[in-house]
Write a protein that binds this ligand. Structure first.
Ligand SMILES: C[S@@+](CC[C@H](N)C(=O)[O-])C[C@H]1O[C@@H](n2cnc3c(N)ncnc32)[C@H](O)[C@@H]1O
Length: 244
């Protein structure tokens, strides 16, 4: 019998999860960016700026953005590595990647783009100086395997940055739940004509490991000196890990 996992609050066979996640992102790809701004009232941009400011990155570095979707992080990394650097925009979902690639091309940026699963990265060992994943890990079926892959492709001295929804400061959880469960699927319906995908978003956030659990998972995958910053009272967190 195949193992079970969660897809939001539903229990599904492990083999079904990636298909269900794929449906979500094929459905929302074209409205993904506007939905992010509406749902977070623009705050996701501040979290991403914090991620850039935190990164150990310099001109000429090689960077891999995993689950990169519409390319917010890849664009930021490009500015920082300059012309001698290398930034890969990758994602398992071709619809999300097409939006990201077109956006970069429209801005005059031609970068390598690849459809790939974080659990089986098509890159050599010890290749990248920095690996990033923003709001992607939550959707992966085997997070432990994906984290080990991230570790494998990093060079010794490299850094992993995981930006993800996390556990909010407990006294704020009731109003946050009220907002999330009542408003986000409605915004999804109005803007993307898809309430279910945003219901999944809200549920998947609640099912994702909290700050300390994710920290331990990164340590288990081999990362050293793992640490995190809570963002907006823990609505999101930026986890940082090192390969020495
Ligand atoms: C919420 S979006 C995040 C996009 C972008 N990183 C951002 O911050 O706006 C999550 C992305 O994770 C991708 N994803 C889900 N499972 C994946 C996997 N196993 N490997 C790579 N990407 C995955 C989805 O296709 C989707 O584009």
């Amino acid at each position: 019998m195949s193992e079970k996992t969660h897809f939001g609050y539903q229990q599904v066979d492990e083999s079904q999860k990636s298909e269900k996640v794929a449906e979500v992102f094929h459905s929302v790809a074209k409205k993904y960016d506007i939905m992010n701004d509406v749902m977070s009232m623009g705050i996701h941009r501040v979290w991403k700026q914090f991620t850039f400011a935190t990164a150990r990155i310099q001109k000429g570095d090689k960077v891999l953005d995993i689950a990169g979707g519409t390319g917010d992080l890849a664009r930021g990394w490009l500015k920082r590595v300059g012309e001698t650097g290398e930034v890969w925009l990758t994602d398992i979902n071709s619809s999300m990647l097409s939006v990201g690639r077109d956006r970069l091309l429209n801005e005059g940026n031609v970068i390598p783009v690849a459809v790939c699963d974080a659990e089986k990265l098509p890159f050599p060992d010890n290749y990248f100086d920095l690996v990033s994943v923003a709001f992607g890990l939550r959707n992966m079926t085997h997070k432990d395997i994906a984290l080990k892959e991230m570790y494998r492709v990093l060079k010794p001295g490299g850094q992993l940055l995981v930006l993800e929804f996390s556990k909010i400061y407990e006294p704020l959880s009731k109003p946050y739940d009220f907002y999330s469960f009542n408003f986000l699927p409605k915004f999804g319906q109005l803007i993307a004509n898809d309430a279910d995908s945003y219901q999944y978003l809200v549920e998947s956030i609640r099912m994702h490991p909290d700050q300390e659990t994710l920290k331990q998972m990164m340590l288990d995958a081999g990362f050293d000196r793992v640490d995190y910053n809570n963002l907006t009272a823990g609505v999101a967190a930026l986890h940082k890990g090192n390969k020495f």
